[in-house]
Design a protein around this ligand. Structure first.
Ligand SMILES: NC(=O)C1=CN([C@@H]2O[C@H](COP(=O)(O)OP(=O)(O)OC[C@H]3O[C@@H](n4cnc5c(N)ncnc54)[C@H](O)[C@@H]3O)[C@@H](O)[C@H]2O)[C@@H](O)CC1
Ligand SMILES: Nc1ncnc2c1ncn2[C@@H]1O[C@H](COP(=O)(O)OP(=O)(O)O)[C@@H](O)[C@H]1O
Ligand SMILES: [K+]
Length: 489
């Protein structure tokens, strides 16, 4: 799994790579620019639109010059806008790439840019080398870039965004950020979404093993990581191997939640799915999901089940005793979502009773209720880290790039998912998926890594067809396709 390093570690990673592969820093810059232009080619941007490349004096600007050269070669009309006083201030590699700009490329000062022009703007002003508060000239440059009404594409990071911290000043508002080697931590914070836009990761040839000597507790989960975490089933596997799971949830007016969770558990491969629901409401579940069974008795022997998920649509009124009783009589890891989390927020004395290694899946609102409001995502990550360590629990901070926070302190940002998943019930689908994997004897870590990724991928597949018309049921229907897509039998 790809490690997310700090901005300060990037230079060291680069130097180690240059030494290992015996290449120059100039060649590495060229790889970044080639990676960018290959992505550009795949997007088929119209050649009728001129390209404006804003270049700073550092290596981010160097990437910009090289990109300008490559796009010009591809027959785009390219102008470079200098965001520096004179050539002597350029970094060595930026200087080399500046010298390679061909005659057909117009070179102007950033002040000369007319932001009302039609075209595409490439922001290669500041990269991960940006430190401290913006200097006053830089403020002006960023304002100029942001006054442009067309598409802005940031190189590595939107200029002005610190790579590992929360934005404090002004920053370019990009609609796409093409980042190199690994996504910089701050690109993944929800409060930066308007500045970062869509993230595109460009490989510059640094292999995962080269990150080994760098310490980081942050990771980035991609499709290639998944298969190693799945369990294999063989020809003689029986119903029991696929697990017997229980979902506790649903209440008057909110039965849909447990309908969605149970369906998604079945679509994820559970052998047997039972639901503990109010007896008056059972017909809704049994009609909607005939494959699921209802358990109506007051005192279920929870030990019958390989995994239990609790919370979707449960309601909080009068349910504290149910949760307490569950913690007393079940010792395997649970999945706790929605109202189970709200109950914990209201009854914090129950937290020490949660079976070790359980999984909590709060969205930002539930997270705040449980652990208090946070001023920014960094604080939220720190709170999650302390909570998971203290209680030996795992937690998913849900949203775009959901963060899997493991009990051992690792925090894994998910790469799959789409904005079309921001629809009622998609969290209930995740509860079903996670409970299903736990029931199939996946460890909580395996269940989390596979579950969160497949959920996001199912959302992407559904969103490709249904766009903003995507509903939670579409995500469930797409779960089987995720196994095909990832070649999991
Ligand atoms: N492995 C990688 O990640 C690679 C990174 N490359 C590029 O190199 C960049 C990093 O290059 P550098 O270390 O030269 O740094 P940058 O180009 O990001 O920044 C240095 C420049 O920013 C200015 N600056 C810094 N703080 C400022 C402030 N507070 N106000 C105004 N200006 C400020 C400096 O004067 C200098 O001109 C990356 O972002 C990426 O674009 C690629 O060229 C090659 C591979
Ligand atoms: N913009 C987004 N990008 C990616 N995933 C998203 C986005 N918005 C929501 N999701 C995912 O959808 C799910 C929503 O969960 P939740 O808020 O609990 O929904 P509900 O309570 O309606 O079931 C989470 O897994 C979250 O990661
Ligand atoms: K930039």
């Amino acid at each position: 799994m790809l490690k997310i390093l700090s901005g300060n570690q990037v230079k060291k990673l680069d130097s180690a790579h240059l030494e290992l592969k015996v290449i120059s820093s100039f060649e590495l810059m060229e790889r970044a620019a080639v990676g960018f232009s290959n992505w550009w080619k795949s997007k088929l941007f119209s050649k009728n639109l001129p390209v404006f490349v804003f270049c700073g004096a550092g290596n981010n600007g160097g990437d910009g010059f090289a990109i300008a050269r490559l796009l010009h070669k591809m027959d785009y009309t390219v102008s470079v806008f200098k965001c520096f006083e004179d050539r002597t201030s350029l970094s060595e590699d930026a200087g080399k790439n500046y010298a390679l700009l061909s005659e057909g490329i117009e070179i102007k000062s950033w002040q000369e840019f007319d932001p009302t022009r039609k075209g595409i703007l490439i922001d290669a002003f500041l990269g991960v080398g940006f430190k401290g508060a913006l200097r006053s000239d830089a403020e002006g440059i960023i304002e100029k870039i942001n006054s442009f009404t067309g598409k802005i594409i940031a190189v590595d990071i939107p200029s002005g965004l610190p790579s590992d911290d929360v934005l404090k000043g002004n920053c370019v508002r990009a609609s796409i950020t093409v980042t190199f080697a690994f996504p910089k931590l701050s690109l993944l914070f929800p409060e930066h979404a308007r500045n970062v836009g869509e993230i595109v990761l460009v490989d510059i040839g640094i292999s995962d093993g080269e990150y080994d000597s760098f310490s980081s507790s942050f990771f980035y989960l991609r499709d290639r990581d998944i298969s190693g975490f799945h369990r294999e089933f063989h020809r003689f596997s029986h119903k029991g191997d696929f697990g017997k799971v229980l979902l506790i949830g649903g209440s008057k007016g909110k039965m849909g939640a447990v309908v969605l969770s149970s369906k998604s558990a079945l679509r994820t491969g559970s052998g047997l799915v039972s639901c503990k629901v109010d007896s008056e409401e059972r017909l809704i579940l049994q009609t909607a999901v005939p494959e699921a069974m209802c358990r109506l008795e007051e005192k279920i022997d929870y030990r019958e089940f390989d995994a239990i998920g609790v919370g979707p649509g449960l309601g909080t009124e009068g349910k504290t005793a149910l949760l307490e009783d569950l913690f007393e009589r079940y010792s395997k890891p649970l999945v706790l979502d929605a109202d189970a989390i709200n109950l914990l927020a209201l009854n914090q004395h129950l937290i020490p009773m949660i079976p070790k290694n359980s999984i909590l899946t709060p969205h930002l609102g539930e997270f705040d209720r449980l652990l208090g409001t946070s001023v920014n995502h960094l604080e939220r990550l720190e709170k999650a880290f302390l909570f998971c360590k203290k209680w030996g629990l795992n937690l998913v901070i849900k949203g775009a790039n959901s963060v899997i926070c493991l009990a051992d302190g690792r925090q894994i940002f998910n790469s799959s998912g789409t904005k079309y998943m921001a629809t009622g019930g998609s969290g209930d689908v995740l509860t079903g998926i996670l409970t299903s994997f736990l029931g199939q004897s996946y460890s909580p870590e395996q269940a989390l890594i596979c579950g969160v990724f497949h959920h996001g991928l199912a959302g992407e597949l559904a969103g490709k067809i249904k766009r903003r018309g995507t509903i939670a049921s579409d995500i469930i229907e797409a779960i089987p396709d995720t196994f095909i897509q990832l070649d999991i039998s």
